[in-house]
Design a protein. Structure first.
Lengths: 355, 208, 906
């Protein structure tokens, strides 16, 4: 596969004929579903209310009868990862939801006897704790759990553990983004990956031949092969449950509604309102991720409210669908190929079409 | 890579019973004749996909239950099909949990269908080094024998220092410790039976 | 929960989970609610979304802290100092809810002249007997009204009982917990000074008692800055008034201390002063840990209780029914009907055999005469005094402190019955426990016969759980249990049936209770499972016509009614299983009264009469809940009134009134003998009428308040298998606290066996601060060994800033180690057992162990194996000046005589 960075000179992102890039108001219509198809659905994961309980991980596994986790698809020899309370590590063939835990700390430089009062700052009712950004105090920090960049943007709203240090513990449940332009789907040579009538992207296990082309095509590293099976697996947004009018298992279980399921446009409106609320409360680091339809994947069916930079959560800051430039690249080759198939098809069609 | 350049054999499946059926099932055909020219949606739907059904929809019945882990008391719906439990999830009607469950509650199906559950009586004889099999009825009779013997051994009509004895009418030979997943009805029968036997060292996780 | 019982009259959460959404401020203290009750926590998040302040007070920064507005990292075991500081802040700044306090509490009551406070006795109250470590509560009493009001039909009998009440054997029998539903009896109504100015009013005593709990003192003891304390104080007081309410949430982070009941008392005093009890969004939310912990105390399998918080009869006090009910006879409040509740219970159990002429067979109930609680019984087992033991869904060798001692107990039984879903460690102790590894136990030497009886899961039987807010919910049976698995109802019914058959011809008096008890329940199906609904009907009780009772008010003391648990009467009201009601929440009001059934009488919020002012009007429109409707002549509102429906707010009891009739129309605490919430507890607690800060038994810090270091009444169990780390020992220099994780369940039998949960927290670990890691050379991800006077265990190390050392004002640095306790050697996710590290010392009120705080040492690397482990720990004991912990075969007798400590259980 060719990988093209956002700096690629081929990139314009403005080609109105490029159906593999840019905003797409009706993904299901684009995928051949007639008007009157269901609304596009999605997940809005609001990490500001996530309590890291991992109900989503378990509910997903129970419903989809997934094997025990490990990133290579075989039974894990279990062990502590050392990454805070995260022992799942990442999304994979057997983990379609994954809760990341990020511990952050910053030293607060305060003249005694005053001290920082969290929650006060935004009300202006107390001295705002100053951030000690010098190299000396940074050296005291634990490299393993810290992200220096995150610290510079540190937001005190979620609490602290004392006078000299502020601790923040971010939790976020990751999932397949069900992209508007899904690289996995676009590269799948077998038709195993398809766009559902709900606008989600699903692997069809009876079609997948395990070629694995989709794995590097995903800009988020979500889709994954199960080693002992050979085929690829990822979140289906509980396609089967949707057909019974139920919510996906993870959103059904989520105790604090950190994971919200619904019609995508409604979720987007809800997310915008939530972001405005947080920002009005002074949580300036809050942001939406995957909400923007002008981003590199045409916006996500599953998008997030984050309290820090995406990298902090292990998310790519600027994902680009890997097939964005395919139309240009395949212009000539594709034409020729289409012609061949077209000829073959019309031969067959001609023999059966009665009219 | 454009998908329409490759068409694997397995896409046809094993059920070809006529050209039309075969053609309808052939994504390229649907792709070229339908509204999904890139073959990424409607035209790509497989037989299995068309047959997808949620197992909540096919359940024979749904039992109303309550999560056995913590004390929040989350209501659960237990889906049963062919006498087997196929799904346990939160009951959205509940005012307490509103259909939500934590990871433990969400693992309830695994709890009750766990292959490592012990489903046969096991017996370890005094000074034995291994478990042995035992019939349930035999075990009940053996336990009854031992209860009567322990009750007799530990029986006290009176207790206290020699100068201040009081009637107690009890046995100190039998003790019991229950978990907090016992139903009220079970606790009630336990307390009633133990009291009638004179056993008083009856405790519960509630102490902890 | 005697802390709540002694304060308000009932030992249950005062409010319900959904009501937390109505709070303006929620303080979570002694609970890690987001991790341990995640689904209940949605109501906290709901309140937060509506603008409520969320404060988490906890030594550790947890998943609850992560979403709170403020985390207060106080030093482990200092909650009374913190809460006492808040009480002082409220009193000194006149921030209490005066109208509420004067009308609804005992603030105006006068205490007798004999009472002497801890302030004067350096940490002891008057009445302490250093020989027995018990208090005589006589000097704590109210000054009675003049002339002395005799509330008893039998003054002489009552007086005699009041004195025997102070006998150590009676105190050990845990009378306090019998206050779980019905405040402890008081001999007489007190003299009052409604101006609160008399120096012996409860109000003034309170002021003096907490005078030294200044912000500076709180800061010094708790290890936090005074400004943090003041921030909490401001948020709490600004959100506690006519218009606003604050809720307090606690769990086992409070109960599992040597002064656990007093932790709860402190919060009760504070919440009462702030006027937050009985009002929406207020209250004290006791979060119980397990599916039916509340049910297991309501319908108790506890040594000291009969159903409905009736005490087990005590040999020294209760030889007859008259003696048994003497303390309540003629008393005010609903406890005054104790005789009717007791007779109805005896009728439910013994049916036609219980008649007035034979005292309703009260003599068939066995008598207690001391502490027969679980830990005491383990000691008796080690000493060979107990033959047989039933473990019914409990795994004490992992879930209880001092696993080693527990295993020695099991190894000295004649027989053990274990009923569980999985092969738990308590069933395999003889085969593969840590003591088998050290050679202290060997299968060939253990005579315990073990029966493992597989049990039915929650979906394979029907019945009710009572959840944390006193609500009963009926479960339907989904499928049949597999193989030999049976419900516990099946097991006990059929065991009883077999025993009765065996003895059917017996004329021995001791067998008559068994032979004459009612034991005929309909049986269903191939396995002959008893009908749980029939049992629930018996618990509910029936009237003279045989129809189910709808309220316990209808219970009679003449034998014409029956009922197995009076507080549950009404669960079968109108002949309908009310616990099975499942009217969708969306189709009913916010209180959702038609979902399940809550005791008492389906009241969801206790003491809700207090949500209205003394005249019966809501304190404010915003906090309107239950109020007096003059036109209709009754109490009405969102909930079932926790009050007699038609008793007018201006009702004044006539002379000689008894039971509920003796309570006035503005006495909301209907189970208390005086109808008031108790700021000061003249009875009901064995360790003092007011909470006082003591250091934990195993503390590295000196008590800054008093000379008295730890609670004087703490209950100890001595033996080589339960050595205590000396307080402030350099050998055991770090504090340890134990806790649960969201991903596992208690002793792990229901989680370590499940793949999806095991993989989420796959190994035993401890959490330490970077500072402690540096101090001891611990490496993130590597093993460390923790040592106490009990044993040594190993765990993976998680170095995290979420655990922080506390620096006290004198420069002392207190390091705290966090230790989740779910693991042992069986299942998919394994590790050493945290509880093996802990000893057993008990709150004398509850016999609950102090396992939230202990001490230990921690060193890098794995622990020694086999004999070397014993040497390793013995060396620690020697260096710490602790007596030997060596035991003989199966833990029976010490190898060598030890010095300093006595060897026998006391």
């Amino acid at each position: 596969m060719t990988s093209i960075s956002s700096a690629s000179p081929a990139f314009t992102g403005k080609d109105p004929n490029n159906r593999l890039f840019g905003p797409l108001p009706d993904v299901q219509g684009d995928a051949g579903y007639e008007a009157g198809h269901p609304e596009r659905v999605g997940f809005f994961t609001d990490t500001s209310v996530c309590i890291g309980c991992k109900a989503c991980e378990v509910a997903c596994k129970e419903w989809n009868t997934l094997p025990m986790d490990d990133s290579h698809g075989t039974r894990d020899t279990m062990g502590l990862s050392g990454m805070s309370y995260d022992n799942t590590g990442q999304l994979g063939a057997n983990s379609w939801r994954h809760v990341a835990f990020i511990e952050q700390v910053r030293t607060v430089d305060l003249p005694m006897p005053t001290f920082g009062r969290p929650g006060d700052d935004r009300q202006g009712s107390g001295p705002s704790p100053a951030v000690s950004g010098d190299a000396g105090s940074q050296a005291h920090m634990q490299a393993s759990v810290l992200n220096a960049e995150a610290l510079s943007e540190f937001d005190p709203q979620t609490g602290q553990s004392g006078t000299d240090k502020q601790v923040r513990w971010l939790m976020s449940s990751d999932v397949c983004k069900h992209c508007t332009h899904a690289g996995c789907l676009d590269v799948c040579p077998t038709g195993a990956l398809f766009r559902t009538e709900f606008g989600t992207v699903v692997v069809q296990g009876d079609i997948c031949n395990g070629c694995g082309y989709c794995v590097p095509a995903c800009p988020y590293g979500v889709i994954d092969r199960r080693e002992d099976d050979g085929r690829v697996f990822k979140c289906t947004m509980c396609y089967d449950r949707l057909t019974d009018g139920l919510m996906p298992a993870c959103a059904t279980a989520c105790p604090t509604q950190s994971i919200q399921f619904g019609d995508l446009d409604e979720l987007q409106a809800r997310a915008d309102a939530r972001l405005a609320t947080l920002q009005s409360q002074g949580v300036e680091t809050a942001r939406l991720y995957g909400r923007d339809e002008d981003d590199g994947v045409g916006g996500n069916g599953a998008f997030f409210l984050l309290l820090d930079e995406p990298e902090v959560y292990g998310l790519p800051p600027d994902p680009i669908v890997t097939t964005r430039d395919l139309p240009a690249m395949w212009k000539a080759a594709g034409k020729a190929a289409l012609m061949i198939v077209g000829v073959a098809a019309s031969a067959v069609l001609g023999s059966r079409r009665p009219r | 890579m454009p998908r329409h350049l490759e068409q694997p054999d397995r896409a046809r499946g094993g059920s070809i019973d006529g050209v039309k059926t075969w053609l309808d099932a052939w994504p390229v055909f649907r792709q070229l004749t339908g509204s999904d020219p890139l073959g990424r949606g409607k035209a790509a739907r497989s037989r299995a996909t068309e047959a997808v059904v949620s197992r909540t929809a096919t359940a024979d019945r749904v039992a109303k239950s309550v999560c056995p882990f913590c004390a929040v008391g989350c209501a659960q719906k237990v889906y049963v099909e062919d006498g087997r439990i196929t799904q346990i999830e939160g009951d959205p009607d509940s005012p307490v949990n509103r259909g939500r469950l934590c990871p433990k509650g969400s693992a309830s199906k695994q709890l009750v269908t766990s292959p490592s559950r012990v489903t046969k009586v096991r017996y370890r004889r005094p000074y034995g080094t291994e478990w042995e099999d035992l019939e349930l009825d035999t075990a009940m009779e053996m336990i009854a024998d031992r209860v009567l013997e322990a009750r007799r051994k530990g029986w006290q009509d009176e207790d206290g220092p020699p100068d201040n004895r009081h009637r107690v009418n009890r046995t100190m030979g039998i003790a019991s410790l229950g978990g907090a997943t016992l139903d009220n009805e079970e606790n009630y029968l336990m307390k009633k039976l133990y009291s009638a036997l004179g056993a008083i060292q009856i405790e519960n996780q509630a102490r902890i | 929960m005697p802390g709540l019982g002694a304060s308000f009259g009932r030992g249950g959460a005062t409010n319900f989970l959904e009501d937390l959404a109505n709070s303006d401020c929620i303080v979570i203290e002694g609970s890690n609610m987001a991790e341990c009750h995640p689904v209940g926590f949605q109501w906290v998040m709901e309140a937060k979304a509506r603008g409520a302040k969320i404060v988490h007070i906890d030594p550790r920064f947890t998943r609850t802290s992560a979403v709170a507005d403020l985390h207060v990292p106080l030093r482990i075991g200092t909650d009374i100092a913190f809460l006492g500081g808040l009480i002082r802040y409220v009193l000194d700044n006149d921030l209490y809810f005066r109208d509420y306090v004067v009308a609804y509490t005992n603030a105006a009551a006068l205490v007798g002249e004999e009472f002497v406070d801890t302030e004067e006795l350096d940490g002891l109250f008057s009445g302490f007997d250093a020989e027995t470590n018990h208090y005589d509560e006589a000097s704590w009493q109210y000054e009675p009204e003049e002339p002395p009001h005799s509330g008893s039909d039998d003054p002489a009998g009552a007086a005699e009982q009041d004195s025997s009440e102070q006998h150590p054997d009676v105190k050990d029998a845990d009378r306090a917990q019998a206050a779980g539903s019905g405040g402890p009896p008081i001999p007489a109504k007190p003299k009052r000074d409604d101006t609160l100015q008399h120096p012996r009013t409860v109000f003034q005593i309170l002021k003096r008692h907490f005078a030294r709990y200044t912000p500076e003192m709180v800061a010094e003891v708790c290890g936090i800055e005074p400004e943090v304390f003041e921030q909490v104080a401001r948020w709490v007081t600004e959100n506690s008034n006519r218009e606003r309410t604050t809720a307090w949430v606690y769990s086992v982070g409070w109960t599992q201390h040597s002064v656990g009941a007093q932790y709860i008392r402190t919060a009760s005093i504070l919440q009462t002063l702030l006027g937050n009890i009985g009002r929406p969004g207020g209250g004290i939310m006791a979060l119980r840990g397990h599916a039916s912990i509340q049910g297991s105390t309501d319908v108790p399998t506890l040594f000291n209780l009969l159903p409905g918080y009736l005490p087990m009869p005590h040999a020294m006090q209760h030889q007859t029914l008259d003696e048994y009910v003497a303390d309540a006879a003629g008393k005010a409040g609903f406890w005054g009907n104790k005789r009717a509740y007791t007779v109805s219970l005896l009728k439910a159990w013994f049916g036609d055999a219980a008649q007035p002429e034979n005292d309703f067979r009260f003599d068939w109930i066995p008598k207690i005469n001391g502490d027969h609680s679980s830990y005491r019984t383990i000691t008796d087992m080690i000493q060979g005094k107990v033959s047989g033991y039933f473990l019914v869904g409990e795994n004490p060798t992992v879930g209880h402190p001092n696993g080693r001692m527990n295993r020695f107990g099991l190894a000295n039984l004649d027989w053990l019955v274990v009923r569980d879903l999985q092969m738990i460690e308590s069933a395999t102790f003889w085969q593969e426990s840590p003591e088998v590894e050290t050679g202290e136990l060997a299968p060939e030497t253990i005579g315990t016969e073990v029966f493992f009886m597989p049990c039915a899961s929650h979906v394979e039987k029907e019945g009710t759980f009572t959840q944390t807010q006193r609500m009963l919910q009926w479960r339907e049976k989904a499928v049949e249990p597999p193989g030999d698995a049976r419900s516990d109802l099946w097991f006990y019914y059929h065991l009883g049936r077999i025993l009765r058959e065996r003895l059917k011809d017996s004329t021995d008096p001791r067998d008559q209770a068994l032979l004459h008890m009612t034991w005929d329940y309909p049986l269903h199906g191939e396995t002959q499972d008893p009908d749980a609904e029939a049992v629930l009907r018996e618990i509910n009780g029936t009237g003279p016509d045989g129809a189910p009772l709808s309220t316990y008010i209808d219970m009679k003391d003449d034998g014409s009614t029956s009922g197995g648990c009076w507080i549950y009467t009404g669960v079968y009201a109108d002949g309908v299983n009310q616990a099975a009601r499942r009217k969708p929440a969306k189709e009913q009001g916010a209180v959702a009264s038609e979902w399940g059934w809550a005791w008492p009488l389906n009241r969801r919020m206790l003491y809700n009469r207090a949500s209205a002012d003394p005249d019966g009007k809501p304190w404010s429109e915003r906090k309107k809940y239950v109020y007096w409707d003059e036109a209709a002549g009754e109490w009405t509102g969102a909930d079932v009134p926790d009050f007699e429906k038609t008793k007018r707010p201006d009702y004044v009891p006539p002379d000689g009134a008894k039971a509920q009739d003796a309570l006035a129309g503005n006495d909301p605490f209907v189970m208390q003998g005086d109808g008031k919430a108790w700021l000061y507890a003249p009875a009901g607690l064995v360790d003092g009428p007011l909470p006082t800060h003591y250091e934990p038994v195993e503390s590295v810090v000196e008590n800054a308040f008093y000379k008295q270091q730890a609670s004087p009444t703490v209950e100890r169990i001595e033996g080589p298998w339960n050595r205590e780390n000396p307080s402030r020992s350099e050998i055991f220099p770090f504090q340890v606290t134990t806790y649960r994780l969201t991903e596992h369940h208690t002793a792990g039998g229901m989680s370590r066996t499940l793949p999806y949960l095991s993989e989420l927290q796959p190994e035993f670990f401890v959490e330490v601060s970077p500072e402690l890691a540096a101090l001891r050379g611990l490496t993130h991800g590597d093993f460390a060994t923790l040592v106490s006077a009990r044993t040594a265990i190993e765990a993976k190390v998680l170095v995290t800033e979420r655990i922080r050392p506390i620096k006290l004002r004198d420069g002392q640095v207190v390091h705290q180690i966090g230790m989740p306790y779910h693991w042992s050697y069986s299942g998919l996710s394994t590790g050493d057992s945290a509880n093996d590290l802990l000893g057993i010392v008990l709150d004398a009120n509850t016999h609950i162990q102090e396992d939230k705080v202990s001490t230990a040492d921690i060193v890098p690397g794995r622990r020694p194996r086999g004999q070397e482990l014993l040497e390793f720990v013995e060396d620690y004991r020697r260096r710490a000046g602790v007596a030997s912990g060596r035991v003989g075969v199966n833990g029976r007798a010490p190898v060598e005589a030890s010095s300093g400590h006595t060897e026998t259980g006391s």
